[in-house]
Design a protein around this ligand. Structure first.
Ligand SMILES: Cc1cc2nc3c(=O)[nH]c(=O)nc-3n(C[C@H](O)[C@H](O)[C@H](O)COP(=O)(O)OP(=O)(O)OC[C@H]3O[C@@H](n4cnc5c(N)ncnc54)[C@H](O)[C@@H]3O)c2cc1C
Ligand code: FES
Length: 277
């Protein structure tokens, strides 16, 4: 996949807006600090550098047909993501990218599409959702299954409501633990698969979530009749260079930064259970 410029050169991007989505997850809108364009494919990620702290890979969560400002949704888990969370409107960070492979949105034309997201797995899938909705008539049934830990952990609630209100998209949400006032589904996201309406022989599935969630989701999609080649996952591995040089992100014979992060399960199934090797 082409990058916007030399992949090792960091470009300055300014924070245009930042919003706290949940207690640990936030969304930042970035624009080039100088002039510059940006294009990306759904599923690709950028390396975001907090000056003096470090660099992390974060998927782009915005609309590929309207790429600027560039949107990233991040869960603050450690050193760099917590430093990223502290940045304010007007601050500048470094960015390299976009990197990696894309969701098979083109190949899925003429087929049903099933998207399964767990927690922070929804942001990397959102660009694919935008692209499919922009060309909705070119696809069959369109199913989104989304699971979060609690109702307070649900990302993009307003947008989920809009999508739920569409007649041409089936959106089902579940939470692991209900809180007061929650009247929806309770249980892991895989429980939604048997009830989802799609043709497993003519569908493409795209999943992101913790690896354990993806393993169970894959097993249930297989049970429903889907072939491994039609199931796509996005892998997370530690990254350093982002361009296939350092080997940090190695997963079996491939480098997640350039051969992934999106793989068909057929390609990755032997390597999915292993940490860095
Ligand atoms: C291709 C790719 C795309 C990614 N896209 C996104 C994205 O869109 N949004 C996003 O929030 N994250 C995303 N990540 C994960 C993100 O890169 C890591 O969370 C980040 O690198 C952690 O860096 P840190 O310095 O903050 O934490 P570290 O200091 O490295 O880690 C602190 C602790 O958190 C744990 N940890 C690390 N990552 C995670 C995690 N993802 N979930 C839970 N615990 C974790 C570590 O095991 C460690 O114990 C992506 C990763 C990859 C490889
Ligand atoms: S991050 Fe260096 S090879 Fe992938």
């Amino acid at each position: 996949m082409a990058t916007n410029q030399d992949s090792m050169t960091m470009r300055p991007f300014r924070i245009r807006r930042t919003a706290q989505d949940t207690y640990d997850t936030f969304t930042m809108e970035l624009e080039p600090a100088g002039s510059g364009e940006f294009t990306f494919a759904p599923g690709q990620f950028n390396m975001l550098y907090v000056f003096g702290v470090g660099e992390v890979p974060i998927s782009i969560s915005g609309d590929p047909t309207d790429p600027l400002p560039l949107i990233h949704t991040t869960r603050a888990v450690g050193t760099v993501t917590k430093a990223l969370q502290k940045l304010k409107k007007g601050d500048v960070l470094g960015m390299r990218g976009p990197f990696g492979s894309a969701w098979p949105v083109e190949q899925a034309k003429g087929k049903d599409v099933v998207i399964v997201a767990g927690g922070i797995g929804l942001p990397p899938l959102r660009p694919a959702i935008y692209q499919i909705l922009a060309n909705r008539e070119e696809y069959g049934k369109f199913v989104l299954l989304y699971g979060a830990r609690t109702p307070d952990d649900l990302l993009f609630p307003k947008e989920l409501e809009q999508w739920r209100g569409r007649f041409d998209m089936d959106v089902t949400i579940t939470v692991d633990r209900a809180t007061d006032g929650w009247l929806g589904n309770v249980g892991v996201v895989t429980r939604l698969i048997p009830k989802a309406v799609f043709d497993p022989k003519n569908a493409v599935a795209m999943l992101v979530g913790p690896e354990i969630m993806m393993r169970f989701t894959i097993a249930d999609l297989q049970k429903a009749g889907m072939a491994d080649k039609d199931i796509y996952v996005s892998m997370e591995r530690n990254m350093k260079c982002g361009v296939g040089l350092c080997g940090h992100c190695q997963c079996g014979p491939s480098f997640v930064c350039k051969d992934g992060p999106v793989y068909s399960y057929e390609t990755i199934r032997d390597w999915m259970r292993k940490r860095e090797i």
